[in-house]
Design a protein around this ligand. Structure first.
Ligand SMILES: [Zn+2]
Length: 454
């Protein structure tokens, strides 16, 4: 009898284990089932080389960019330059570019659902990206082989129209020296989303926003720039002597002497507060892809001279191009902008389209301050950059020429937005070691914005 009892208890314990295991499985299946199904080990959705063999990626106008052919192979759109231009947004066939659609949106492409499962290659979804492939090609060509990043987005809807990262390569003819040749350094990173760079003078807009709110007589003041000034234990230099100037002129001249002095007057804590508020130290979720956070040092063991340089976008300042573009959108849009998105819609055969919602940022800048900076950025274009270079555009912009070491050419930046009613676009252009921000990055921006308005 005792033996029987012992066995019954044992059975009960075993049954208990089984039920417990089943529960654990169900919970984990619910939480991670989608990830398991879109894992590269799933041979229904991936071939033996680890290529996703389900789903088509299209641009906003329905141009197929990457699909699976009749032989079950993943193929890309015709045109070598076009393929390089869309590579970082679409992704490579082997999943090395983690932020590419083929990897980041594998779930949407395969159409896997918890209840329906995955239909496999034949039943993949049509994933429409927000980008305009032609515009990407224009941007890639405008970079002219230089490393860098170009992005344009609609700050009201969040749709990213253009997103290019260079260096790139043709996914149809992958170079043998891709991982050894320094020309391809960081080639798997989408620089718009996943990298940070010294901003140089584009950062003056943040220092300006703090000064407008914290220094009551800012608009009445004038400064005299003699080409350099002693600040703390060192000098702050300009490219030339800017002479007598108002704050508006100092921004158009991109005067380091004025902005360095303002940074010291404002102090590290204030600069830090405005930089954080501007969203430059946070990570955005671009259709689920996290952007890299910018980093800054305004407080601690830095000298007064360091603080002056940090206020003009040098010292330890580092920004993510996408976050900078969102800040431009917020200035344009009265303080808040749409968070960028890359997915326009996902078409599942036999199912209606699900609507996509616009997500807004928090307040990145006060409304009145945004308005004042907007007018000054418009003045930059008329006074310094030249309106002729940007025909038909109500453009507000700021250039940056970021020093990155005495043995290298500076990074060229050009960032801003259009106030055109039918084209509410914010943009960012970075040309690594490109030289002058206004000349080099401004010319790339001009080509891309012209194409965007066509
Ligand atoms: Zn100056």
């Amino acid at each position: 009898m005792k033996k029987l009892e012992r066995r019954a208890v044992l059975c009960l314990v075993l049954a208990g284990c089984l039920v417990f295991g089943l529960l654990v499985f169900l919970v984990r299946f619910g939480l991670s089932g989608t990830r398991w199904a879109s894992s590269a080990f799933n041979r229904h959705l991936y071939n033996s080389q680890g290529m996703l063999i389900s789903g088509t990626v299209l641009d906003r106008y329905g141009t197929p960019l990457c699909w699976v052919n009749e032989d079950g192979e993943r193929v890309y759109i015709d045109g070598k330059t076009m393929r390089k231009a869309i590579l970082h947004v679409v992704g490579d066939p082997y999943g090395n570019i983690g932020t590419g659609a083929l990897t980041a949106f594998a779930k949407e492409l395969t159409g896997y659902t918890l209840l329906g499962g995955a239909y496999g290659a034949e039943r993949g979804n049509q994933l429409y990206l927000t980008i305009d492939a032609q515009l990407n090609e224009v941007a890639y060509q405008a970079l002219n082989g230089k490393k860098g990043a170009v992005a344009v987005y609609n700050y009201q809807t969040g749709e990213v129209l253009c997103m290019v990262s260079s260096p790139s390569y043709d996914p149809r003819n992958i170079p043998d020296d891709l991982e050894t040749n320094p020309d391809y350094e960081g080639v798997y990173l989408n620089r718009c989303l996943s990298s940070t760079f010294t901003p140089g003078s584009v950062f003056k807009l943040v220092t300006l926003s703090a000064a407008l709110e914290q220094i009551p007589d800012l608009m009445e003041r004038t400064w005299k720039c003699e080409g350099s000034a002693q600040i703390g234990d060192g000098t702050v230099t300009c490219t030339s002597a800017h002479g007598e100037q108002t704050i508006e002129q100092a921004l158009a001249n991109s005067c380091n002497v004025v902005f360095g002095q303002l940074a010291v007057e404002l102090g590290g804590a204030t600069l830090e507060e405005y930089t954080q508020k501007a969203g430059l130290t946070k990570s955005y979720s671009v259709s689920g892809i996290p952007t890299a956070k910018g980093t800054f040092t305004f407080q601690g063991s830095l000298t007064e001279n360091d603080l002056a340089w940090s206020g003009v976008g040098q010292y330890h300042d580092s920004v993510n191009p996408c976050a900078l573009m969102v800040y431009m959108g917020a200035i344009a849009n009265g303080g808040k902008a749409a968070v960028p998105t890359l997915v326009q819609k996902v078409d599942t055969p036999g199912w209606p389209d699900l609507p996509q919602f616009t997500k807004k940022t928090g307040r990145l800048i006060a409304q009145d301050t945004a308005k004042e900076i907007t007018d000054m950025m418009a003045n930059n274009v008329t006074q310094t950059y030249g309106t002729k270079r940007f025909p038909g555009m109500d453009l507000c912009a700021k250039s940056g020429t970021a020093e990155v070491g005495s043995d290298q050419k500076p990074h060229a930046w050009f960032a801003g937005f259009l106030r055109n009613e039918d084209a509410p676009y914010a943009f960012v252009v970075l040309v690594e070691n490109g030289g002058s921000g206004s000349d080099v990055a401004g010319t790339v921006a001009s080509k891309v914005l012209k194409a965007a308005l066509d």
